[in-house]
Design a protein around this ligand. Structure first.
Ligand code: SF4
Ligand code: SF4
Length: 102
């Protein structure tokens, strides 16, 4: 599942939701954030926005629209052989996985 390879820069998301819009254009060719495979949640403990992904995430590697449009470079796609390194980093956290929207 591609979504397991996303890491999120800690405390960096500004909650603009451009990633949701970009994904919805990729998915539906229209502005329909409810059809997006990424959603911005408010962290219930710290009260800050953070991206979460569904298993419906399916852009080709290197062509992730959410990454391209994020103005704060919050999202990183991490290949399998680098996951352990990111898991140990104080700057990045593994992403939240949501249920499929389908
Ligand atoms: S990688 Fe593609 S499908 Fe997945 S959340 Fe980003 S824009 Fe949507
Ligand atoms: S991940 Fe980036 S594009 Fe998405 S809401 Fe946060 S700052 Fe905006």
């Amino acid at each position: 599942m591609k979504a397991l390879n996303f890491f999120v820069k800690k405390d960096a998301c500004g909650g603009c939701r451009l990633c949701e819009v970009a994904c919805s254009f990729y998915k539906t060719n229209s502005c329909k954030p409810s059809a997006s495979a990424i959603s911005i949640l408010n962290n219930p403990v710290r009260g800050i926005p953070t991206p979460a992904f569904t298993p419906d995430c399916d852009c080709k590697d290197g062509e992730e629209e959410c990454i391209k449009f994020c103005p704060k470079k919050v999202i990183q796609y991490v290949p399998d052989d680098k996951i352990a390194e990111y898991m140990c980093s104080p700057d990045w956290t593994s992403c939240i996985i949501l249920p499929s929207q389908k």
